[in-house]
Design a protein around this ligand. Structure first.
Ligand code: 7TS
Length: 406
C-alpha cells in the first residue's frame, strides 16, 4: 500500500480546515486513527462492553480475551520475552513515572548518579529530578554535539560505577536524533546501571526489538501510533518488575486482602490497579495489526524519504533555520527568521496545515538551541511529498507577508 492508498483509511484526512483540505503534519504530538482502530473500539462498546478479569459471563470473557490478546500483540510488536513484561499504562509519561516512583526510589541512594541527555522530553527529566531530590542523587547530562547528537565517547565519560540509571530517548521529538540505545545499554550494564528508554517517538515509526536493544525499561504511547489516547506501555525486564512494588493500590491488582495485610497479583497485573483502559488496549491491538500489515520497515523508509525531501526543499529557503542532525527520524524542526513560530503556525493553519509550535515540552533543549520556541512538522505513514510542498508554499507566503510587515 502506498501513502495515497493508506490515506483513504484515515477518515479525518478527508476533513477541510479553514476551507482547505487538511494537511496534518503534527503526528509527533498525536497521530491520526485509521478505520480499523475506530471500528475495533466501536465494536467493543457496541457488542461486548464489559469489565475484565471478573466473573464468568460471556461478555466479560470476551472483553478479557480481547484485552489480554492485545497485550500479546504488544509483546510480539516489541519482541519481549513474555506478556509478564508488558504493563498497560496511560502513556509514556505514566510509564516513566512508574519506573521512577517504584524502581528508582528503591534502588537509588545518596551519592548515586542518574545520567540523562539535554534532548529529553520533560517526562523523561522531571521524574528523575524528583528521584534525585528525594534520594539525594545527582543528575548528570551527556553533552550534545553541535548538530544535536551525542557521541559514545561522551556517554562513556558520563556513565561510571556511580551511575544507577541511564534515562534516554530513543528518538528526540524536537531534533529527530536517533540515539544508539544498544551501545549505551551495553555500556550502562558494564557499570551495573539500568537503562530506561523513552520510546515515544521510536515505537510508532521503526521496528523496536527489546531483546536486540537489551534495555531494562522501554516506555511508549498508543496515541502516537494510530491507537487512542489514554493507553501506553511500560516494558520492563521481568527480573526488575518482579522485585518492584506497585505504586497504585486497590481493585484488580490484589491477590488476597485482609484487614491489615494484602498481597499482590503476579505480573503484569500487580501494576494495573483499578478497572483498566479496556477500549484503549483493544484499540492499541488493532493499531498494531494495522501497522504490522503495512510493515514497520516500510513506514520507516517512507518517513526517511519524506524527511530527506523536506530537508531538500527547506534548505533552499532563505532565512530558514533547521535544527537537528542530517540523519534523523521523520520530523523537521525549524524557525523562519523574524517570524515567531506561533505566528507561523497560525498563518499556515489558515491554509489547513497543522504543525506544532512551541517548546515541545523540551525547555532545556530550547535553552541549548538558544531559542524560546520553534516550529515543527512531523511525518507519518499517511503523509506525502505533496503535504511537504503545501507547507513549503505556505511558508513562502508567510515569508512574503511578514517581509512586508517588517
Ligand atoms: N517522550 C517523548 C519523546 C515525547 O515526544 C512525548 C510526547 C512524551 C514523552 C510524552 O508522551 P505522553 O503520551 O505521555 O504525553 N511528545 C509530544 C510532542 O512532541 N508534542 O506533543 C507531545
Amino acid at each position: 500500500m502506498n501513502a495515497k492508498e493508506i490515506r483513504q483509511l484515515f477518515p479525518i484526512l478527508n476533513e477541510e480546515v479553514n476551507g482547505n483540505p487538511l494537511v496534518y503534519l503534527d503526528s509527533a504530538a498525536s497521530s491520526q486513527k485509521p478505520v480499523q482502530v475506530i471500528e475495533a473500539i466501536d465494536d467493543y462498546y457496541r457488542h461486548y462492553n464489559s469489565n475484565v478479569h471478573r466473573g464468568v459471563h460471556t461478555l466479560g470473557t470476551k472483553a478479557t480475551d480481547a484485552y489480554e490478546g492485545a497485550r500479546e500483540k504488544v509483546r510480539q510488536f516489541i519482541n519481549a520475552h513474555s506478556t509478564e513484561e508488558i504493563i498497560y499504562t496511560r502513556g509514556t509519561t505514566t510509564a516513566i513515572n512508574l519506573v521512577a516512583s517504584s524502581y528508582a526510589k528503591a534502588n537509588v541512594s545518596e551519592g548515586d548518579e542518574i545520567v540523562l541527555t539535554p534532548m529529553e522530553h520533560h517526562s523523561n527529566i522531571i521524574p528523575w529530578q524528583q528521584v534525585a531530590k528525594e534520594n539525594g542523587a545527582t543528575l548528570k547530562y551527556i553533552p550534545l554535539q553541535e548538530d544535536g547528537s551525542i557521541t559514545l565517547d561522551d556517554a562513556r565519560e558520563a556513565i561510571t560505577d556511580k551511575t544507577k540509571i541511564v534515562a534516554i530517548s530513543h528518538v528526540s521529538n524536537v531534533l529527530g536524533t536517533i540515539n544508539p540505545i544498544k551501545e549505551i545499554t551495553e555500556m550502562a550494564h558494564q557499570h551495573g546501571a539500568v537503562v530506561v528508554v523513552d520510546g515515544a517517538q521510536s515505537a510508532p515509526h521503526m521496528k523496536v526489538d527489546m531483546q536486540q536493544l537489551g534495555c531494562d525499561f522501554f516506555a511508549f504511547s498508543g496515541h502516537k501510533m494510530c491507537a487512542p489516547t489514554g493507553i501506553g506501555i511500560l516494558y520492563g525486564k521481568k527480573e526488575h518488575l518482579e522485585k518492584m512494588e506497585p505504586i497504585e493500590f486497590g481493585g484488580e491488582m490484589i491477590d488476597f486482602v485482609g484487614l491489615y495485610e494484602s498481597t499482590w497479583k503476579e505480573l503484569p497485573w500487580k501494576f494495573e490497579g483499578g478497572t483498566p483502559i479496556i477500549a484503549g488496549a483493544i484499540g492499541l491491538g488493532a493499531a498494531i495489526d494495522f501497522l504490522e500489515e503495512i510493515g514497520l520497515d516500510a513506514i520507516e523508509q517512507h518517513e526517511h524519504e519524506l524527511s530527506e525531501y523536506a530537508l531538500e526543499r527547506f534548505e533552499q529557503m532563505e532565512d530558514m533555520m533547521i535544527y537537528g542532525p542530517k540523519k534523523r527520524a521523520g520530523l523537521m524542526t525549524f524557525n523562519l527568521k523574524d517570524v515567531h513560530p506561533h505566528d507561523l503556525a497560525t498563518v499556515v493553519d489558515q491554509e489547513g496545515i497543522a504543525i506544532r509550535a512551541g517548546h515541545h515540552c523540551a525547555q532545556p533543549l530550547m535553552k541549548w538551541l538558544d531559542v524560546s520556541a520553534t516550529a515543527r512538522a512531523s511525518f507519518y505513514l499517511y503523509n506525502t511529498k505533496e503535504d511537504i510542498d503545501s507547507l513549503a508554499n505556505a511558508l513562502l507566503k508567510t515569508k512574503e507577508y511578514f517581509g512586508d510587515v517588517f
